[in-house]
Design a protein around this ligand. Sequence first.
Ligand SMILES: NC(=O)C1=CN([C@@H]2O[C@H](COP(=O)(O)OP(=O)(O)OC[C@H]3O[C@@H](n4cnc5c(N)ncnc54)[C@H](O)[C@@H]3O)[C@@H](O)[C@H]2O)C=CC1
Ligand SMILES: CC(=O)C(=O)O
Ligand SMILES: [Mg+2]
Length: 571
Amino acid sequence: MAVAPYELVHQPREVVARVRARGRLVLSSPTINRGTAFTLAQREQLELTGLLPTGVSTLEGQVRRVWAQYLQQPSDLAKWVYLANLRDRNEVLFYRLLSEHLPEMLPVVYTPTVGTAIERFSHEFRRSRGVFLSVDHPDQVETALRNTGLGPDDVDLLVATDSEGILGIGDQGIGGIEISIGKLSVYTAAAGIHPRRVLPVVLDMGTDNLRLLNDSMYLGERHARVRDHRYDELIDAYVTACNKLFPNAMLHWEDFGTENARRILNKYSGVCCTFNDDMQGTAAVVLAAVFSAVRAAGSRLADQRIVIHGAGTAGLGIADMLRDQMIREGLSPAEATGRFYALAKQGLLVDDDPSLLDFQVPYARSRAEVAGWPAGAGGVGLATVVSRARPTILIGTSTQAGAFTESIVREMASFNARPIILPLSNPTSKAEALPQDLIHWTDGKVLTATGSPFEPVHYKGVAYQIAQSNNALVFPGLGLGVAVTKASRISEGMIAAAADAVAAMSDARTPGASLLPPMTVLRTASAAVAIAVAKAADAEGLARVELSNPVQQVYDAMWQPEYPRIEPIEA
Ligand SMILES: NC(=O)C1=CN([C@@H]2O[C@H](COP(=O)(O)OP(=O)(O)OC[C@H]3O[C@@H](n4cnc5c(N)ncnc54)[C@H](O)[C@@H]3O)[C@@H](O)[C@H]2O)C=CC1
Ligand SMILES: CC(=O)C(=O)O
Ligand SMILES: [Mg+2]
């Protein structure tokens, strides 16, 4: 194996870089490069004298410079490219800039702009980042992971996607690597997971996206998406290799197609430390948002009737978690399940539908119940379900922009003093409704949260803060809690603890207040989630390190974007 240009030694609240490289190699290694912030003495030690402008900058001065450059970028995609290039040049500077401007930059490194970057991947490609695994070469999985140069204690987590259901924009083939990279940027910015202790992965199964297959620049496998036993073989090769090479790492699954997402989680969650963000992360943050909304409405979760528009991975992950909570609050399992009406492409899920997926079956309504409900070619539609079921909560995970129409929303407001309406689909272009419309149509009565970020809405003298109900409030802290405890599994109790921690930071009882903590406090929220998750893992006997002081242990583990202490070592 090639000799590494540096070694990082992680100590509580400090990282030391033992640097073997000299000269230009230092400047082209983004983890140790600090450009004009190298002192004159460091330049001499690392053979950089004469290779940099003579002025010496501070990190703060560099942040001012790159912030100004960032603001000059003409479009959101140009901003995304600018940040990607900065990360490839100087990782500490990138994360410092991101941390200091998180609310402004989250919409660029994450939803919505990351969606555009994913669609444009093969055109905007500049420098490779992450691990690319192919369904055509399962034999190369272990080699590819070894080629990262990382050892058994070096990796806290991997984010992998098969790219079939990227956000709400569907099959994106090899470009899905950018959702893994984007999620990891949030892990680092929000929870201080060290950027060198994570790996973004794409599992290239081919693609059914004809735009990509017909694009001469496309960089992925040029064939249709593989759906047979070879799919499972690649997933299995990946899990096996990860468990062997990185035994303490958490495996995060992102944006899989709905038929595979749950199946994969069910298969591996009892075997290793694994987490599906779209199901579990989303469910935890939505539970927190619903707790907050129900409290603001002066009601109880156990009293709600809930319509889920989009009975896929996210939608029914949310339903499962809300249902479990209703049961904890005293409803019988049948009563709790009966509170849900779920719609998919075929309209309301009804029990005689042979196309139901196994996880949809429990939520299907009986044919007899809906016999008199008007139905069109697309089954029983959302407007009918809302008028017949009279829900208190409407949740959108359908990817259908504008599905929450004015008449549906007005109807919700006609029988609810505070209708709870959560259009969660991403990116922004897929939102089921826009918050300003929801607020106008309900005359300010709505309690809402969205998947992608929105500006506050001003209506009749009140500034309504729009909560971003996005799994970004949960997964970074969850990953940190797992890393601190080296948890062997992720349990339902750990996910519930994450939801409780977010809920404890939310209070929407004043007019216009956000249902969830704002992204400005994402780092604090992530630390709170991490502590709660670490304690839950410990209580369930899943922690593999002693948790003597969870607050201190979590705080010590949070990397701050500061230049590491440099110790030059012999080549
Ligand atoms: N805010 C957040 O944190 C999260 C938001 N999401 C968003 O939720 C959306 C769905 O994501 P997944 O659940 O992963 O996708 P999925 O493909 O598993 O689910 C989508 C569901 O919508 C249904 N659907 C499609 N057209 C419909 C229509 N016309 N009427 C009713 N239902 C329809 C599909 O049948 C499917 O059940 C995406 O836009 C995604 O960005 C997903 C995860 C987290
Ligand atoms: C936020 C997220 O995970 C999604 O939209 O898929
Ligand atoms: Mg997702």
